[in-house]
Design a protein around this ligand. Sequence first.
Ligand SMILES: NC(=O)C1=CN([C@@H]2O[C@H](COP(=O)(O)OP(=O)(O)OC[C@H]3O[C@@H](n4cnc5c(N)ncnc54)[C@H](OP(=O)(O)O)[C@@H]3O)[C@@H](O)[C@H]2O)C=CC1
Ligand SMILES: N[C@@H](CC(=O)OP(=O)(O)O)C(=O)O
Length: 379
Amino acid sequence: MNQVNQRQYKVGVLGATGTVGQRFISLLAEHPFFVIHALGASSRSAGKPYSKAVNWKQTRAIPAVVREMVVQECVPEHFKDCVVVFSGLDADVAGDIEHAFRVADLAVFSNAKNYRRDPHVPLIVPLVNTSHFSIIPQQQRLHAPPLRKGFIVTNANCSTTAVVVPLGALERAFGPIESCMITTMQAISGAGYPGVPSLDIVDNVVPYIPGEEEKIEWETLKILGGLAHADDDDSGSGLLAFDMHAAQPLRISASCTRVPVVEGHTECVSVRFARRPPPSPQQVREALQAYTSEAYSIGCPSAPRHTVFVHEEPDRPQPRLDRDYQAGAGVSVGRVRQCRVLDIKFVVLANNVAIGAATSSIINAEYAVLKGIVSATAA
Ligand SMILES: NC(=O)C1=CN([C@@H]2O[C@H](COP(=O)(O)OP(=O)(O)OC[C@H]3O[C@@H](n4cnc5c(N)ncnc54)[C@H](OP(=O)(O)O)[C@@H]3O)[C@@H](O)[C@H]2O)C=CC1
Ligand SMILES: N[C@@H](CC(=O)OP(=O)(O)O)C(=O)O
């Protein structure tokens, strides 16, 4: 661990000028062992110093380390010295670019949705399912020709991330959840910049976010589902597959809305446990408060010490007050109470651009470094 901390690891950021990319840069500029080495964006930005290419929208100034760094086209040769490449690319282009980087034997940690459903790509919310890193050797082996160092790890949709943290904590404490109803109130920053037109969102709630409900319903099953051997007949191929929560089916229904909040997704969640009788609200509060992640236990510097903060006040969590809990890396839960239809209901809030995006990727990469999953040297 000390050895890791004394080393410096060169990293690149794809989509460095976007909403998520800016958050990557703010976080990485102060990172104990990652050093920003290369920045990539579209041809509109390539060739310009970062400070001229970016429309900077963070509260802190552009970090000095990147101000004059020239933005590159997103091609692997400009990133060949990077041990880790973070991607905050627009999903329209992330598929081909991230694949090209993987084939060039680079380790890619992506926020984009493109590979989340790929059966050989782990979808990892680092506060919940770091065990899924174990599928990476298979991803490398099944590629033709096999990859030595390259792979893609994705993190989840920001609304999925918010909800799987308490759901994962509750399953760890009380066993499988049988059904779950979720209603989201998602911040405008989730749509990137400039995002939702002001005339659509000011004084309004928009009850539709394309593709979002399906993503929450599907991604949650992959994240909470664990891994199983791919062959039912135990033929010994050694292949792993995501079991999609199949051992104990979980039914999820999500309804997604966009609300006039800048940062922080709030979600109302109701759950029914398989176990009878179900835990009481007080047992649920205690289990959430006590929950710790493996990422924190092994020393990932960006993992929150307290994963879930449980509010006792009846009017919390609120995005303006709670989105910076643990520097945006933790989640806040409140209003834990009995549900007359299912068992328990609560409200969860997570920072969509921090733990919902850049912070998750960074913790995933920290975990990969600490566990020796990424090589200490570049491709
Ligand atoms: N915002 C959020 O809360 C979350 C976002 N995500 C995902 O993260 C990704 C980034 O989102 P966000 O930051 O909001 O998006 P933005 O639209 O703010 O940024 C997109 C980035 O992609 C770059 N880009 C666009 N076209 C190309 C191209 N042809 N070649 C190379 N680079 C290109 C842009 O560069 P340029 O400036 O040069 O155009 C910019 O850096 C998306 O896939 C999104 O779905 C995931 C979770 C949460
Ligand atoms: N769709 C999310 C943000 C996002 O980009 O999600 P995804 O990475 O799953 O496409 C929102 O609008 O809040």
